[in-house]
Write a protein that binds this ligand. Sequence first.
Ligand code: SAM
Length: 293
Amino acid sequence: MLVDRFNRKITNLRISITSRCNLNCFYCHREGYDASNELTPDEIAEIAKAFKELGVEKLKITGGEPLVRQDIVEIIEKLPEFREISMTTNGIRLSEIAHDLKEAGLDRVNVSLDTLDEKKYSYATRGGRIGKVVSGIETAVDAELTPVKLNMVLIEGFNTDEVDRMVEFAKQFKGDVIVQFIELVSLNYNGEGHFDVYSLINKFEKDAREVRIRNMQRRKQFVFDNYAVEFVKPVDNSEFCMACNRIRVTADGKIKPCLMRNDNLVDIRGLRGEDLKKAIVEALSLREPFYRG
Ligand code: SAM
């Protein structure tokens, strides 16, 4: 079991498999970093296996856009079994490949969708076509990559007027689609576009049939009769940090101990077996809560 100095158990791993993307969202924090030398399917499997043997239970594949990799099905096939393997995608290629991904061992997907307005979507993503995303979501539901979580980053002046519309859109899938509202991490940390997520949390809390607090980052989930919504609030949130059980690997094979920091990455590329596990355990010593109470 991986436990850091702050007694936080590491049960979730997020591996970025590319920094390339077929969209160019104006607010994107470029989680995958600039890696020209991407990990191979075998390297990804080796890293996943080491984390699994150290106690990690859930794996998320991310990017850049994971579905731009031509070998994505092979990547999923080669992964060891986890309690859950999920992927976050912009959904553009999802309808072509959702059934193959399910067959390869993917359990579910998160699909990023910040607006339901065709023009706004094209503007925000610099040319993305929303129709492809919507059919990607429908195919993912059909392939039982469920629950599909719709990642909606809340941006003041851009999409905060579409909260109800997004919930209505999700409701038609009768529980198979959950809206996940994400607080914007402002790129230059100057608060531009920031929206007060708590105002929305309070609104849902009042009406929900049930409030669940997830282990991961103490995320709140509000359950209604035939749908649910969830919140990810990473900024200025010491609870998020204290309950952080997630560790990340960048597209070029570096452990990233904290979402909010880039100055403590640990290179694990080329390591195997026990050496790899030792490096992972060492990287844990660099984990510390970014926001403290
Ligand atoms: N391309 C994939 C996708 O679209 O889901 C995976 C990578 S994307 C960087 C992962 C998630 O991070 C998306 O849901 C995206 O909306 C979110 N994201 C990107 N920039 C962000 C920011 N500045 N603040 C909060 N979330 C952000």
